[in-house]
Design a protein around this ligand. Structure first.
Ligand SMILES: [Zn+2]
Length: 193
């Protein structure tokens, strides 16, 4: 039986088919996370050494931070300089975080996952540190930022082939901090598979 399609569909059939094929390709790519845009700036950031390294298998949690600076006023390059300041609190070889999520939703990878970077006392050895750019004690994260954070967590779970528990910096014992701020609803990120 031949299905009679409306004339405009019949005329432009190849474009409908092409559109459908493209849609399927996009869905598949999203599924396998190829379209999760992560901008790798690890080697572009200022650094003066390397952190101790670990295996990917040893990673067992994700820790969310805020930069505690006005949203978008500074970026990962500024954070790297602050963390490396020899007179600063950290005096670290590189930026403390593994990822930085900006207010426009852009995700930057700032350290290798295998680097034991210094973002959270008692969780540096096995944690992945993600910073949301902004001060969420006093302002609100953007929707783009929250969506990117969710996608990033999904991507990391898929890459490491496990469901990584998600914590706020303040939830890790030994850290007297409000980080990532009262306006980041941590429960929204704890059940992402
Ligand atoms: Zn923090």
């Amino acid at each position: 039986m031949k299905i009679q399609l409306p004339e405009y569909v019949e005329k432009n059939k190849k474009w409908f088919v092409a559109g459908a094929v493209l849609l399927v390709i996009i869905i598949v790519l999203r599924k396998i996370k190829i379209l999760t845009m992560i901008i790798d700036i690890i080697e572009k950031l200022p650094h003066r050494g390397e952190y101790q390294q670990r295996s990917l298998e040893s990673i067992d949690r994700i820790i969310i931070h805020h930069s505690a600076s006005a949203a978008g006023k500074f970026n990962a390059f500024d954070f790297a300089r602050w963390h490396m300041d020899p007179n600063g609190r950290l005096n670290a070889p590189r930026i403390a975080y593994h990822f930085c999520v900006d207010p426009d939703g852009k995700v930057y990878q700032t350290n290798k996952l295998t680097s034991m970077s210094w973002h959270t006392i008692n969780a540096n050895a096995t944690g992945i540190g993600i910073v949301l750019n902004g001060n969420f004690e006093s302002e609100q994260p953007t929707n783009a930022q929250l969506k990117s954070l969710k996608n990033l967590i999904k991507y990391l779970n898929s890459k490491l082939k496990k469901k990584l528990p998600v914590y706020g910096h303040k939830e890790i014992p030994g850290n007297a901090t409000a980080c990532p701020g009262r306006n980041v609803k941590l429960e929204d990120f704890k059940n992402i598979s």
